[in-house]
Design a protein around this ligand. Structure first.
Ligand SMILES: Nc1ncnc2c1ncn2[C@@H]1O[C@H](COP(=O)(O)OP(=O)(O)OP(=O)(O)O)[C@@H](O)[C@H]1O
Ligand SMILES: [Mg+2]
Length: 366
């Protein structure tokens, strides 16, 4: 088990400042997921913890011990790389067993560990194959197997599922999460897939351009993003961002869109924004908080908007309908049969309790 503490970490590649001041404290046994767009520094941070990159400034501690200058193999961690390499002349069994043999583990123990890992990863029938006789996804699972048989104190994963097809990826997400529940070691997992981050993490660490934008439990980031980037990164389809203004009418604060419509803020949010009227804002609302008005349950804080749906995207279980507010396309999550086709006029309900208001200059949630 291992606690990771990172303080003031910086990493340059030549002139390129790839990690720009990271502070991170991951308690032992936690499943932390580093997520963010391509190039934001996720692999660099992970490789620094593994000891595969030297850092320019800051401290990396594992269990309170400074490891900045410790050799990778002395750090007692297991890593699955984004570009993993298997030994081409060894079969699957020997590839998984390699690290154990190198540590002079007794043969019986090796056999049990390899067999258990192979069963977990659905590799039982492939143990005799060579890497070139495997698909990309199968190879990736061998790489995961090689890491999990190690009795490491810390597991680092760098996009280990990127070569798998969608169904296998879903299954493996579940398996990796189950594996964590069983062994309760510290996991640090890198992905650029926000769904993977949401489903697996105890804590999401959301990065952009070498810094951490926000970290916390998945639902906290999802429901209480601190800025527009975080709000837009998590959730699919993404949150809608609609340019608008806060206005006061009859002593009540409303959101006014480009098309002139106003939606009243709920009673319990009135006082917070009372002093901010007349300012420009970006109104953020997730598709699932815009639904078809059915006339029956008009709840507190839910406002009506008359739309004309101009694009219909059915997914089976639900249908996404796009309409425009001024020049901004907005996506609503509808039920499968709510709308027949483009051009349908539809009364919608906007849940103002769930909307966020963003400062257009700083992009911070206000
Ligand atoms: N060896 C290197 N030399 C120079 N620049 C590098 C090197 N490795 C990474 N970089 C740069 O550092 C930045 C961070 O790279 P990193 O690989 O950490 O990103 P990432 O978040 O893992 O992205 P991805 O999701 O695409 O894997 C990128 O701009 C990348 O081009
Ligand atoms: Mg990477």
């Amino acid at each position: 088990m291992a606690r990771i503490t990172i303080t003031g970490l910086h990493k340059y590649y030549g002139n390129h400042h790839a990690v720009r001041g990271i502070d991170l404290d991951i308690p032992e046994g936690e499943f932390a997921v580093l997520v963010g767009p391509s190039g934001c520094g996720k692999s660099t941070l992970l490789r620094s913890i593994a000891g595969l990159e030297s850092v320019n400034d800051g401290a990396i501690e594992i269990d309170g011990e400074l490891v900045n200058d410790m050799r990778p193999r002395d750090r007692n961690l297991a890593m699955v790389f984004q570009n993993y390499a298997l030994y081409p002349h060894m079969n699957v069994y020997e590839n998984i067993a390699f690290g154990l043999r190198a540590r002079k583990t007794p043969a019986g123990e090796i056999d049990k560990k390899v067999t258990d890992a192979a069963a977990l990863l659905n590799l039982d029938l492939l143990l005799d194959r060579l890497p070139r006789q495997l698909s990309g996804g199968q190879r990736q699972r061998v790489a995961i197997g090689r890491a999990i048989v190690r009795d490491a104190r810390l597991f680092l994963f760098d996009e280990p599922l990127s070569n798998l097809d969608a169904q296998l990826r879903d299954e493996m997400r579940g398996e990796i999460k189950r594996l964590h529940q069983e062994i309760r070691k510290t996991f640090l997992y890198v992905t650029h897939d926000q769904i993977e981050a949401m489903t697996m993490a105890d804590r999401i660490v959301l990065m952009r351009d070498g810094i951490i934008e926000q970290q916390g439990p998945p639902l906290e980031l999802f429901e209480k993003p601190t800025n527009k980037f975080v709000a837009g990164f998590l959730g699919s389809p993404s949150m809608n961002f609609i340019p608008s203004a806060l206005v006061t009418e009859d002593g009540k604060v409303s959101v006014k869109f480009e098309d002139g419509t106003t939606l009243l803020l709920p009673e319990d949010r009135q006082s917070k924004y009372a002093s901010q009227a007349e300012r420009q804002i970006i109104f953020g609302i997730r598709p699932e908080h815009i639904s078809r008005a059915d006339g029956s349950d008009e709840r507190v804080g839910v406002e009506k908007y008359q739309s004309v749906i101009d694009l219909v995207l059915p997914t089976g279980s639900r249908t996404y309908g796009t309409f425009h507010i001024g020049r901004t396309p907005v996506v609503a999550e509808l039920q499968a049969h709510d709308v027949k086709g483009a051009g349908t006029a539809l009364a919608l309900l906007v849940d103002m309790n769930r909307a966020i208001l963003i400062d257009p200059d700083t992009e911070i949630v206000i």
